[in-house]
Ligand binder design. Structure first.
Ligand code: ZN
Length: 311
């Protein structure tokens, strides 16, 4: 277990309007705005990071907001649901809150014995709040409206919808240290003993269903946690030996990443824990400044002029 994958690091999705996305995730859902930066490949657009109180891996949802992006379509070959854990007894609070905010939601139901509530974010991204079997003790971010009794704790699971789950399941089990833990109809839940709080990967087999289209309101990729560079090098090597095309290591400022497309068609990333979000802002000030990588600092005024104001 020395080089175990310790669960999810972050999930990255695509949004439309930046201000609407910011309002929804910080105010309506009550996540901490952990980092405001730009898309390193397109510095005139934002890259937002939302997480728990400490911005720890396994709680980080990131968005590329692109104002005029067309909506995507849920289907196979993609990640289709993002699940957060919430405390026992909080579902009624969330129901009332979603209702008051005119959010589209389904009435609560149960999956693998756990109660959950599904809703759509303003771009149509499917999000779930689940009360886990085991209490999730990760430190929540609190807002005046959403206190510890109700606040999200971090990722509970992510769902991948696949034409055929087998190749992806093989990768998770034979290489990533995951095990099939639960199975109901066409949903297969994989977990790793290296992660205390879920971080489950649910594979849903939808043979013959239309292929999804990744655009606005869809997940772009999911990233797994690498405790250090040596672990990342180890997995990069294993993936290459398996014949998967894996990128070189890229510096994402807050972590170092390699990317590959898993055999079911979903873009996967392996991201290091280090250096983390306090590399350029103190933990008290996370998310309060526009942070730019060094190569864009000289163009700060011009970049800021292009970005939508958030408040
Ligand atoms: Zn990523």
């Amino acid at each position: 277990m020395d080089q175990a994958i310790t669960g999810l690091h972050h999930i990255t999705a695509i949004a439309g309007n930046a201000r609407r996305n910011y309002d929804f995730y910080t105010r309506v859902l009550g996540l901490r705005f952990v980092k405001k930066t730009v898309n390193f490949d397109d510095p005139h657009t934002y890259h937002f990071y939302y997480g728990n109180a400490t911005g720890e891996p396994g709680t980080i949802l990131t968005f590329f907001p692109w104002e005029d992006i067309a909506l995507g379509r849920r289907g196979t070959h993609m990640a289709t649901e993002i699940g957060y854990s919430v405390p026992e007894g909080s579902i009624d609070f969330w129901l009332k809150r979603l209702e008051a905010e005119n959010i589209i939601y389904n009435k609560p139901s149960a999956k693998f014995g756990e109660i959950y509530l599904t809703f759509l974010d303003p771009d149509g991204l499917k999000v779930e709040l689940t009360v886990p079997e085991k209490t999730d003790n990760r430190v929540p971010w609190e807002t005046p409206a959403i206190t510890e009794a109700n606040a999200t704790r971090g990722f509970h699971h992510v769902t991948l919808t696949l034409e055929d789950i087998q190749p992806t399941a093989d990768l998770l089990v034979s290489m990533f240290g995951y095990q099939l833990q639960k199975h109901h109809t066409n949903r297969y839940r994989f977990g790793t003993p290296a992660n205390e709080y879920g971080g489950y990967i649910d594979l849903v087999e939808a043979k013959g269903e239309p292929r999804g289209h990744v655009a606005g309101g869809s997940v772009h990729h999911i990233a797994f946690r690498m405790k250090d560079d040596a672990t990342q090098i180890h997995y990069r090597q294993l993936l290459a030996e398996r014949g998967l095309h894996v990128t070189e290591q890229l510096d994402r400022k807050y972590f170092r990443s390699v990317y590959f497309r898993e055999p079911g068609g979903v873009l996967f990333e392996l991201a290091t824990d280090a250096p983390g979000f306090t590399v350029d802002e103190s933990s008290a000030e996370l998310g309060t400044h526009l942070m730019l990588p060094d190569e864009f600092e000289a163009k700060r005024a011009e970049i800021e002029a292009h970005l939508v104001k958030l408040d």
